[in-house]
Design a protein. Structure first.
Lengths: 91, 232, 116
């Protein structure tokens, strides 16, 4: 029963972070939730007994995607509401 | 009004999609498999030349997939570089530098390089392999970039082209050589299988890291162009 | 029912969440995130469903491993394209030009205007 509860908790956490990625307040938060989602996915791969995939997901999901998307979000996030007033963006 | 209608429609579509997916997963899960793939794999693992089943699948049993996959990666890397408007991926003005990051990465970069080497070396008999090692190597490259360490191999020239295409070309060379020497395309001779797999994994690691690093580095167009816009 | 099947069902739910967000959200970077969520859902369905039937199975795991690397490469390429699009048009969402007034000048046009 304990291992089932771990799996169920992990699945709930995955779904909650996935929802937060899409509907959080600002883009920065969304990206941070996406990094958290990647780490939870790595845990899910461990639970699925796929250590190779877990290693790749941890290195890529947490490391590379994080840096890439945070950098992009910093440049794009100031005009998230309508996407029309981008010229006021501070560099 | 139309917005609400659109949201309702999309919700209905997604719900139908979800229920169809769950129903088919449930149905497929209830059936039994006609062929036992893991047992088949375990029976043939000795012929593959490596002990880690995932590496055996990736680089021996289904190596055609991996060959095409590294081809896709190289194309993505070339597309990313050509979309980037900077003339060179390595430009002193593009470098950020942060004192704290610089101090930190003097410890971190050797460690990540070591980790990438270990993952590559471990790939043949325990979890690890070219993809993980390539990702870690690319991460250490990104770290070097952020800390302002010059990376001359990213300048346009022989090193960049070689780094991007090395994995694909060596893989293809092995495939064609095995086809020419009498056996089938990508069927390694059994006595050389392990050597060939390790060699291919090494060049794959380099190429994957290079592609990911090039894609990462070609992203910041905004930074690059804001100071001197009129010239381009 | 095994834990593997639970993960496959969670993958189906992730796919639906991703699809919903992909259609409804207009911001391009969030669309990209939604697309990535869909991809993760597909990976979970692949591995979970295969392992539910026959125990730990390296074949779908290897396919998912290549899939993850291709997904990050595609994401990075999409980020390059989105930033380029933003740089040229000043917008972060795709809209039908027939319905909307012409967009405000982007960073590039706003900077170039004084020269002309």
């Amino acid at each position: 029963m304990t291992e089932w509860s771990l799996d169920i908790l992990l699945v709930i956490a995955l779904l909650v972070t996935a929802t937060s990625v899409l509907w959080s307040r600002d883009l920065f938060r969304g990206v941070v939730f996406f990094i958290a989602f990647g780490l939870l996915m790595a845990l899910a791969w461990v639970r699925l007994r796929a250590p190779d995939v877990a290693l790749a997901e941890a290195a890529i999901g947490a490391g590379l995607t994080g840096v890439l998307l945070l950098d992009a979000a910093r440049h794009l996030s100031n005009d998230e509401s309508q996407g029309e007033d981008g010229k006021e963006k501070k560099p | 009004m139309t917005r609400v209608l659109a949201i309702l429609t999309v919700t209905a579509v997604c719900f139908a999609f979800l229920s169809g997916l769950v129903y088919s997963i449930w149905q497929i899960g209830a059936t039994t498999t006609p062929v036992d793939l893991p047992a088949l794999l375990a029976g043939n693992l000795d012929d593959s030349g490596v002990e880690n089943p995932v590496t055996a699948v990736l680089l021996n049993f289904r190596s055609y997939d991996t060959l095409l996959e590294i081809g896709v990666l190289v194309i993505a890397g070339i597309a990313g570089i050509s979309v980037a408007k900077t003339s060179s991926l390595e430009d002193p003005e593009l470098r950020t530098s942060d004192e704290l990051l610089y101090a930190l990465q003097r410890w971190l970069v050797p460690l990540t390089l070591l980790l990438a080497g270990y993952l590559l070396w471990a790939g043949s008999d325990r979890p690890g392999g070219a993809f993980q090692a390539g990702a870690v190597l690319a991460a250490s490259g990104v770290l070097m970039r952020l800390g302002g360490i010059p990376m001359d191999f990213l300048r346009p020239g022989l090193m960049l082209r070689l780094g991007l295409s090395l994995g694909f070309s060596v893989f293809l060379l092995v495939a064609v050589a095995s086809a020419l020497s009498g056996s089938r395309f990508l069927a390694y001779p059994p006595e050389m299988a392990r050597t060939l797999i390790v060699a291919i994994e090494t060049v794959l690691t380099l190429s994957i890291a290079m592609v990911l690093l090039a894609l990462f580095v070609s992203a910041p167009i905004n930074n690059a162009e804001e100071p001197e816009e009129g010239g381009s | 029912m095994t834990p593997f099947l639970l993960y496959a069902l969670a993958g189906a739910a992730l796919c639906s969440i991703g699809l919903f967000g992909f259609i409804l959200i207009s911001h391009l970077l969030r669309k990209l995130l939604a697309f990535n969520l869909m991809g993760s859902g597909v990976f979970l369905v692949m591995v979970g469903l295969a392992q539910h039937r026959s125990g730990p199975d390296p074949v779908p795991q290897a396919l998912v491993l290549t899939g993850i690397v291709v997904a990050i490469a595609a994401t990075a390429l999409a980020v390059v394209l989105i930033r380029r699009y933003y740089h040229l048009s000043g917008k972060t969402s795709l809209e039908d030009p027939a319905q909307n007034p012409p967009p405000a000048p982007g960073p590039r046009q706003a900077r170039e205007a004084p020269h002309e």
